[in-house]
Design a protein around this ligand. Structure first.
Ligand code: ATP
Ligand code: MG
Length: 394
């Protein structure tokens, strides 16, 4: 194969389009790749101005480009290459990389254009750009959502702290009211108590058993009310931090025996409180008033929440390091699911039915025990009974 034939074969089979034009811009040759890129047959383009393959504004200006180059020799594309747009026969445009070289051949100037189609690259680029934009949009959307979530959270936080503040104020108002009311009720209550006792005394002459019955009812009711008011006042004093433990030496056994006697008087019919002490030692260091209050509360509960004809076991034990106080009944017990609320103020288990109470007793006991650096434990089973244990270090 001679070199001309080889060159022709190379041009004919090139992947890129190759077009030659003369110095006026008239197409002299186009290879098959160039034809398929533009969608023309060679006959349709050869002899025509190269501008037929260009969209505006290059289409109208190409002649000027050529003559300017020929005058000034200042290359814009020739010898450089650039990305431009081509126009197909069907009018559609496509991007390609154009490299133009100038050839002097037999005393004539020929311009040789190499056309490398960039459609696929541009498509991929476009796709990538679209994808990037989509991603950016997504990120922006998410950021916006996050921001609005953060704002909502911030608002909610402010709302919560506002309502907390309000609740605190309300609580203060409530406890101030309760303590004021408790103080105010005590004076009229004691005059009712006094009057009831006087009626009792003067009514002796009338010998009417109903009078005694009703006076006793009044006295009992006053007793109950006084206990409730005292609980309210204890809470208020605990709340304001007035109460502190004043430790003193105490004969625990004597103390417990006195309480047993006292509580036996308020026990139900045939309800027996059995007191027992274990250990050689009898003396402990404690706050007498706080401890008495706790034990009375626990025994009162044992009495209240167990039936007639039962035993209530009251035990004390002093070891080398600790002393223990337990109160055990076999009454209604505390339902397992409610036990976690036991020491909350105003808590009353659902099985208490019509048994009276305010639900303050154990809350006060718990706080007193803490003031004395002790521990309170309990075990309870519904219908089986309850045992409370107070534990203190010696
Ligand atoms: P009060 O303030 O008059 O003592 P209360 O007895 O109802 O009223 P707490 O002593 O605090 O209040 O007891 C809270 C609740 O725990 C009771 O309502 C009851 O449901 C349960 N409870 C406490 N002790 C016992 C017990 N020994 N047996 C069964 N339930 C008990
Ligand atoms: Mg109670």
């Amino acid at each position: 194969m001679n070199s001309a034939a080889l060159l022709k074969a190379i041009i004919e089979n090139a992947i890129d389009g190759i077009i030659t034009i003369d110095s006026r811009g008239i197409i002299e040759s186009i290879n098959p790749a160039g034809c398929s890129l533009f969608g023309f047959t060679p006959e349709e383009v050869i002899g025509n101005n190269i501008s037929m393959l260009m969209p505006e504004p290059d289409h109208s200006r190409h002649d000027q480009y050529l003559s300017r180059y020929q005058e000034t020799r200042e290359p814009h594309i020739i010898g450089k290459g650039r990305e431009v747009k081509g126009k197909r026969k069907n009018g559609s445009l496509f991007p390609f990389r154009l490299a133009v070289s100038e050839v002097q051949y037999e005393g004539r100037v020929i311009y040789n254009g190499f056309i490398h189609d960039l459609s696929r690259e541009k498509d991929a680029e476009g796709q990538l750009l679209k994808y990037t934009n989509k991603l950016e949009q997504l990120v922006e959307d998410r950021t916006l959502k996050l921001q609005s979530l953060i704002n909502q959270l911030q608002d909610a936080k402010e709302e919560v702290s506002l309502s907390l503040e309000k609740e605190k104020e309300l609580n203060q108002l409530k406890s101030r009211f309760v303590s004021m009311a408790s103080h105010e009720f005590r004076t009229p209550l004691s005059s009712i108590q006094l009057s009831a006792s006087l009626i009792d005394k003067y009514a002796l002459d009338y010998q009417n058993p109903n009078i005694t019955k009703h006076v006793n009812k009044i006295k009992n009711a006053i007793g109950n009310l006084t206990t409730i008011l005292n609980d309210f006042l204890s809470l208020e004093r605990l709340e304001t931090g007035i109460v502190t433990a004043q430790l003193e030496e105490l004969d625990l056994v004597k103390f417990a025996e006195e309480i047993t006697e006292e509580m036996q008087m308020v026990a139900k019919q045939n309800q027996t409180i059995i007191y027992q002490h274990t250990g050689i030692k009898r003396m402990v260091n404690t706050d007498l008033n706080l401890l008495k209050n706790c034990i009375i509360n626990l025994i009162a509960n044992a009495i209240k929440y167990s039936g007639e004809n039962t035993f209530i076991e009251f035990n004390t034990e002093i070891t080398n390091q600790k002393y223990y106080i337990t109160i055990k009944d076999d009454g209604i017990g505390i339902p397992k699911t409610e036990q976690k609320h036991l020491f909350e103020p105003f808590f009353r288990a659902h099985n208490t039915g019509s048994i009276p109470g305010t639900g303050l007793g154990l809350n006060i006991v718990d706080r007193y025990i803490k003031l004395m650096s002790g521990q309170i434990e309990f075990k309870s089973e519904e219908h089986q009974g309850t045992i409370f244990t107070l534990i203190f270090n010696i």
